[in-house]
Write a protein that binds this ligand. Structure first.
Ligand SMILES: *Cc1c(COP(=O)(O)O)cnc(C)c1O
Length: 410
């Protein structure tokens, strides 16, 4: 984004970002480019695009103009030097890990499929050490001379632990390590990982940024803070761009082109439309989540509530310092003797579903679903009780939402 637009507010900048580069016929939305291939009149230009000496499109697996417009939007939100989009959040995370890393130190507190992916990486020879990332000291003690990358979630899905974000950033900077922050649960409206020294901000665009549960997508943004000239794993032919883009070039080639998790233009369009209202939706969702957490916290049928906006949350002060709001996801455990499934089946407004970040409020018994496959031992390490219920809070009218919980708990 240029200088004038970077001074604009969050939503204004997103709404008008497509128009920064002239769109055909003055269209307000970037059109859907569904062409797989792009033709050239001069074969030298085609070769130059392939070799990274010239910008342009060649074959749709590495991107298309519609996806590029979404990449520009996410990049503006994250304040990055470049962004690559993928077909899903998982494709983005896998690409970041497989394109660059050696030994990885990761937070224990991870989205279930990220945990599963890291298990696969270990089997394929990438050692991973899991630590309690709410403690920067634990991260530091896990580092070895082989460590190349540290991975955390801003707010962990589903138990809402918050990583020691700034301290880990300072540590990674001092040691020259790649620092990946999965920003899905906060989104760049609540938190910009660049502020704590992240190398990459990863977003599952499927969740808050898309926001409507109608498209899967993911992204990786390079914040520009990492010195790629000192990183040993960049292939020589990916060094044609300026050094700040070397890491992202390798991710686009190895992680996107070779693994093939490409975002289709139609889904990029859906996410781009959703992104226009990110601040409006998430503002309302945070308000609803706080009201629901306050309600549940004092309810006698509820044993524990996990939400960063509650003063009893262990990282409440950190969340207040780092985030614009406390997020829209909470989890809780019912009091002894109340059956989780019977409670869930009584909900009328809330939908029993595994997505999060949708406009509708969604509930799921995580230990029996998303976190079932990993087994009881790993769940215990992640702090996930059998009765834990995750709520992704939507934009319903507050009284309808609280009323639904009140009747189901009665
Ligand atoms: C959902 C999610 C992902 C994966 O995103 P998909 O688009 O579903 O692949 C990654 N990280 C977190 C924190 C998530 O909630």
């Amino acid at each position: 984004m240029n200088d004038t637009s970077s001074k604009r507010g969050f939503t204004t900048a997103i709404l008008h970002s497509d128009r920064e580069s002239a769109i055909e016929h003055g269209a307000l939305h970037k059109p859907l480019h569904t062409s797989v291939a792009y033709g050239y009149r001069d074969a030298r230009d085609l070769a130059a695009v392939f070799q990274g000496r010239q910008t342009g499109y060649a074959y749709g697996r590495q991107g298309n103009p519609t996806t590029a417009a979404l990449e520009a939007k996410v990049n503006a939100m994250e304040g990055g030097v470049g962004t690559v989009c993928f077909s899903t959040g998982m494709a983005a995370i896998a690409a970041a890990m497989l394109s660059l890393s050696d030994h990885i130190v990761s937070s224990h507190f991870l989205f279930g499929n990220t945990n599963s992916l890291f298990g696969t990486l270990s089997e394929h020879g990438t050692p991973i050490t899991f630590v309690d990332a709410t403690d920067g000291g634990a991260v530091e003690r896990a580092l070895t001379p082989q460590t190349r990358l540290v991975f955390v979630e801003s707010i962990a899905n589903p138990r809402t632990q918050i990583a020691d974000l700034a301290r880990i950033g300072a540590l990674c900077k001092a040691k020259g390590l790649i620092y990946v922050v999965d920003n899905t649960m906060t989104s760049p409206w609540l938190f910009v990982p660049k502020r704590v020294g992240a190398t990459f901000a990863v977003n599952a665009l499927t969740k808050y940024i898309g926001g409507h549960g109608n498209a899967l997508a993911g992204s990786i943004t390079d914040t520009g803070l990492f010195d790629w000239t000192r990183y040993p794993n960049i292939l020589d032919h990916y060094k044609s761009a300026k050094p700040s883009l070397w890491g992202l070039t390798q991710i686009r080639k190895k992680g996107l082109r070779d693994f093939g998790g490409t975002l289709a233009a139609t889904d990029a369009h859906h996410v781009a439309v959703g992104a226009e209202t990110l601040a409006l939706r998430l503002g309302k969702q945070c308000e609803n989540a706080q009201a629901l957490a306050d309600f549940l916290a004092v309810h006698r049928s509820v044993r524990a509530v996990y939400y960063p906006g509650l003063s009893a949350h262990p990282q409440h002060a950190l969340a207040r310092e780092l985030f614009r709001g406390f997020g829209a996801l909470l989890s809780f455990e019912l009091a002894e003797g109340i059956d989780t499934f019977e409670f869930l089946n009584k909900l009328r407004v809330v939908v029993l579903s595994s997505n999060l970040g949708d406009n509708r409020t969604l509930a799921i018994p995580v230990a029996h679903t998303i976190f079932w496959e990993m087994g009881a031992k790993r769940r215990a390490e992640m702090g996930i009780a059998d009765s834990l219920i995750r709520i992704s809070v939507g934009i319903e009218d507050r009284d309808d939402l609280l009323g639904d919980f009140a009747q189901a708990l009665a």
